[in-house]
Design a binder for this molecule. Structure first.
Ligand SMILES: [Zn+2]
Length: 194
């Protein structure tokens, strides 16, 4: 059973989408020139009637093949590639199996803990998208972290020390500890009811 996602774009949005793609010959990879996720997937923000963000390769596949499967596999193993010829719908297990075969499998970060690694670039992108009103929940899915973490990152509580040029910066191991700690001590507000 394949899960599907609805992707609805205005013609002007489709035109704008392709303007971000480095379209080459039929068999080459067509790399996304816009924002990318930590894992290298292109990110497309639609501004039209539906103000939403999508993984670029998924949009490319939806435009070219009309499919809206939740999982779109890269036959070329190049996450930023948007050449519809290199994209095909798959199931989660196929996707996982392909990742394992190709030695790039990591459990989704948001499932390991809510405080996964984000690059400084991700943080800048998250803040920009939050400013445009993209919900934390949506960004959480896209970046593979918890909505709480997105909220924290976008309000600069943890990432105030980063600059957009510091690409390789990631959270330290110890921060997970802090999160666990926070969860058990939510400012003790509940204890103070009269
Ligand atoms: Zn490709």
């Amino acid at each position: 059973m394949l899960e599907t996602v609805q992707i609805t774009l205005l013609p002007s949005e489709i035109e704008r989408f392709w303007s971000y793609v480095d379209i080459r010959s039929a068999d080459d990879c067509w790399e996304w020139q816009g924002a990318r996720s930590a894992r290298g997937y292109g990110i497309f923000s639609a501004y039209g009637a539906t103000q939403r963000t999508y993984r670029a390769h998924r949009v490319a596949s939806a435009i070219a093949h009309g499919d809206t499967h939740k999982i779109i596999l890269h036959k070329c193993n190049n996450p930023s590639c948007c050449n519809p010829k290199h994209l095909s719908p798959g199931t989660l297990s196929e996707n996982t199996q392909q990742a394992i075969r190709e030695g790039r499998w990591n459990p989704p970060r948001g499932e390991r803990n809510g405080n996964a690694k984000l690059t400084a670039n991700d943080v800048c992108t998250i803040r920009r998208l939050r400013d445009r009103g993209i919900p934390c929940k949506e960004l959480a899915v896209r970046f593979g972290v918890s909505a709480k973490h997105i909220s924290r990152v976008s309000s600069s509580k943890r990432w105030s020390h980063i600059s957009p040029h510091n690409e390789s910066l990631t959270t330290q191991q110890g921060t997970r500890h802090h999160d666990d700690h926070d969860r058990h001590n939510p400012n003790r507000r509940t204890d103070r009811t009269p």
